[in-house]
Design a protein around this ligand. Structure first.
Ligand code: DC
Length: 222
């Protein structure tokens, strides 16, 4: 069985950065599942499809012409890795992610990322729904203030406008939508290791996940 490490958590909890560093340290592939919801949202907005039109968005998601190339994400050959980081796209992603048909349409694409020698998958339901048999499950949290600060820096670095108060409000709304939705709500998987990162550096968070991984590998005699 190809090993999978799942890293789930709320928006701006730092899971994307932690996941990509853990993947690099182990030489594993990376699945940024949030990007798939963001890409679907971007495509729906560009096609002027209403964000509650589940069948139309699911149809779009099923044939998403997406390619992950190192740091770049290409949709039909167009790089969109920066465009999908905008707050408006994140909000739209959170809305379409509440539609069961859209989630279902993205399952196969996500399973396809499970390739040797292993995968690190980050999102909301990686450990609960998509890879329930994952080797190591991590649930990453951070206070809403710590997350708003991180998101603020991220947006400014990418040259997007950002407002701290608006971000706090946005994060709270997004948290509520992601945790209260009926399908695949954000919650720790059974057996997940909890990692509270408000007071941790990225390096410390990465080291903790790698420690858990080494511990598991040790129990396997590997
Ligand atoms: O992690 P992110 O901020 O890039 O995710 C964007 C939105 O996509 C988020 O608000 C909820 C949704 N999402 C999801 O429902 N399930 C996932 N596995 C990943 C993201």
């Amino acid at each position: 069985m190809i090993p999978v490490i799942t890293i789930d958590g709320p928006t701006a909890s730092g899971k994307g950065t932690v996941a990509s560093r853990v993947a690099a340290a182990l030489g594993f592939g990376l699945l940024d599942s949030g990007a798939l919801y963001r890409l679907t949202a971007l495509s729906a907005l560009e096609a002027e499809i209403a964000l509650d039109d589940a069948p139309a968005i699911a149809a779009l998601a099923r044939v998403l012409p997406v390619k992950f190339e190192d740091e770049r994400i290409l949709v039909a050959g167009r790089p969109v890795q920066d465009a999908i980081r905008q707050e408006a796209i994140g909000n739209a992603a959170s809305k379409i992610a509440a539609l069961p048909a859209v989630r279902e349409a993205l399952v196969e694409l996500q399973h396809g990322f499970r390739q040797a020698p292993g995968l690190v998958a980050d999102g909301r339901d990686m450990g609960t729904v998509i890879f329930p048999d994952a080797t190591l499950k991590v649930f990453l949290t951070a206070s809403v203030h710590a997350r708003a600060e991180r998101r603020y820096k991220q947006l400014i670095e990418k040259g997007f406008p950002a407002n701290m108060l608006a971000l706090l409000q946005d994060l709270k709304e997004r948290d509520a939508r992601d945790t209260e939705r009926a399908v695949a709500p954000l919650k720790p998987a059974e057996g997940a290791h909890l990692l509270e990162t408000s007071e941790l550096t990225i390096e410390q968070s990465v080291e903790q996940v790698l420690d858990w991984w080494r511990h598991w590998a040790g129990t396997q005699g590997k």
